[in-house]
Design a protein around this ligand. Structure first.
Ligand SMILES: C[S@@+](CC[C@H](N)C(=O)[O-])C[C@H]1O[C@@H](n2cnc3c(N)ncnc32)[C@H](O)[C@@H]1O
Length: 266
């Protein structure tokens, strides 16, 4: 596919108009996603798509969203993960020896594995229940495989990389001891019943492309899925501002606490 002239035309157009390197995406997944995008927009070929994005700004933006929608990495937004590590996880662990943590829209699993690594260091030897869910079976396959490329690993401190990963062809594999602590399942936040009883839920950079109504419903459902005193960790560009009746209160940028029990006051 990479030598196909129509694909090269599209690569050039995407690089020029969006600054995105299509050649940096995994070919099989990219091909599948581009085919879905062309079908959705009634475009017959990559050449036609290339021509359209040069003149149609809206389509161009949609393509950018579509292409980056699965992007994830370990410790994405490191300052927020530092807050999780230094403040929220210790507070939760002080109340319960073993935590239940759900990464909703987990993509390739880097987010829930990041939590697994922090818990491993903060509370070793405990039997935490760690779940990653996503709508996309392909990212779940990658999450279970646990092999990551350099860009996805850039937030992992060298010390952790040495302790919890081993080098393999094409990147780094998370050690079975960590991988076996996390389970993955397919779940659609817009259709499926939500699992309950979580101490920490991460739902980050998932609802950004949803309508306001759908977003509000997701926040309400996630709030209902948290235990009292539990924490919701959302993305940096997201907010629950204006969403009524969640039972959540803002405690720090990107973090909300389930009322009424307190103990994590800012
Ligand atoms: C940009 S990634 C975010 C990954 C990770 N949470 C992070 O912040 O790095 C968004 C993920 O949400 C998933 N997603 C999109 N719509 C979804 C839905 N309705 N239910 C569950 N997951 C969904 C996508 O498949 C994608 O893997």
């Amino acid at each position: 596919m990479t030598g196909d002239p129509e694909f090269l035309t599209l690569c050039a157009a995407v690089l020029e108009t969006l600054g995105l390197r299509l050649d940096a995406y995994r070919p099989t997944q990219l091909q599948r996603r581009l085919a879905a995008f062309r079908q959705r927009h009634g475009l017959r070929s990559n050449a036609e798509l290339a021509a359209r994005i040069r003149v149609d700004g809206e389509l161009r933006d949609r393509l950018a969203d579509f292409l980056t929608i699965n992007v994830s990495e370990f410790f994405r937004n490191p300052d927020r993960f530092a807050e999780l590590r230094n403040r929220f996880l210790p507070a939760l662990l002080a109340r319960k020896p073993a935590l239940r943590v759900w990464s909703a829209g987990c993509s390739i699993g880097a987010e829930i594995y990041s939590v697994a690594l922090l818990l491993r260091e903060l509370a070793p030897g405990r039997n935490h229940d760690l779940l990653g869910t996503d709508i996309d079976p392909e990212v779940l396959r990658r999450a279970r495989e646990g092999i990551y490329e350099a860009t996805e690993m850039r937030g992992v401190p060298d010390r952790m990389r040495r302790a919890y990963f081993r080098p393999v062809e094409g990147g780094w594999e998370i050690l079975p001891a960590i991988r076996s602590q996390v389970r993955f399942a397919q779940h659609d936040l817009l259709r499926d019943p939500y699992p309950r009883g979580w101490d920490l839920i991460l739902c980050r950079n998932v609802v950004i492309y949803f309508t306001d109504e759908a977003k509000a419903e997701v926040w309400r459902q996630l709030a209902a899925s948290l235990n009292e005193g539990g924490i919701l960790f959302i993305g940096g560009s997201e907010s629950l501002y204006g969403v009524q009746d969640t039972g959540l209160r803002y405690v720090a940028p990107c973090f909300y606490e389930k009322m009424p029990r307190s103990g994590l006051a800012p």
